[in-house]
Design a protein around this ligand. Sequence first.
Ligand code: ADP
Ligand code: MG
Length: 258
Amino acid sequence: MQELIIKNLQVSIEDTQIIKGLNLTLRQGEVHAIMGPNGTGKSTLAYTIMGHPKYDVTGGDILLNGKSVLEMAPDERSRAGLFLAFQYPVSIPGVTVANFIRTAINSQRRHAAPPQEDISVLDFRKMLKSKMDLLEMDYTFGGRYLNEGFSGGEKKRTEVLQLAALEPAFAILDETDSGLDIDAIRIVSEGVNALKGPNMGALVITHYQRILNYIKPDFVHIMFDGRIVESGGEELALKLEDEGYDWVREKYVQPQSV
Ligand code: ADP
Ligand code: MG
């Protein structure tokens, strides 16, 4: 079984410490939710796991199956089985959704041990259509430029389409629910639910509890001021839904940040 272990992680952006000693163990087959107020470092954690160069790891480690990923470039991390669905997906004019996904799949295959041949055009089309069916997406999306002119919901669905096509060992979903109406949340969640299983672990980052009505987490963590301050089950998410984040702030605010 594969494991992603985050050990005493400390991360800075431009000399400001954002993540302040964060520990988390994610195993294949498990769904973990991270909830926290805005500005608490959730996206920073997601980007750092994927290796965005803006984030400086100043302490701790991120281990994938016992091996540190900190020296690996983002594309290497992706080929090693990590995937991030962005909170704010960027558009790439000139690159179609289908070509983008096919390029990513072929890159994985070429770097596999032993290397595999590129996926055939026919197999790729079949696979992409079946994943689009899963996400109730119109097939014309395959021919559109990535995220160019997409609505918020279409962008998020396209992120989950990439996830479905790449079948990573660990998927991080950064506020995939933000900006989605309830139907889109349901469809995206059903897509994720169809993928989760013994071969995929998921880290679902969210501000609101509602996506967790659809994607049932095994563990819920509350992140505050760069740390995980509480861990438990679904009852934690429900408590946040009922009471908001004020009690978290009162309990965990550091004197120097008041
Ligand atoms: P969350 O996803 O939980 O809302 P983020 O990880 O996006 O939080 O941000 C955490 C903190 O890092 C915030 O205080 C934010 O202002 C700060 N931050 C994010 N990006 C930058 C940046 N490019 N430069 C400086 N500070 C940043
Ligand atoms: Mg964020």
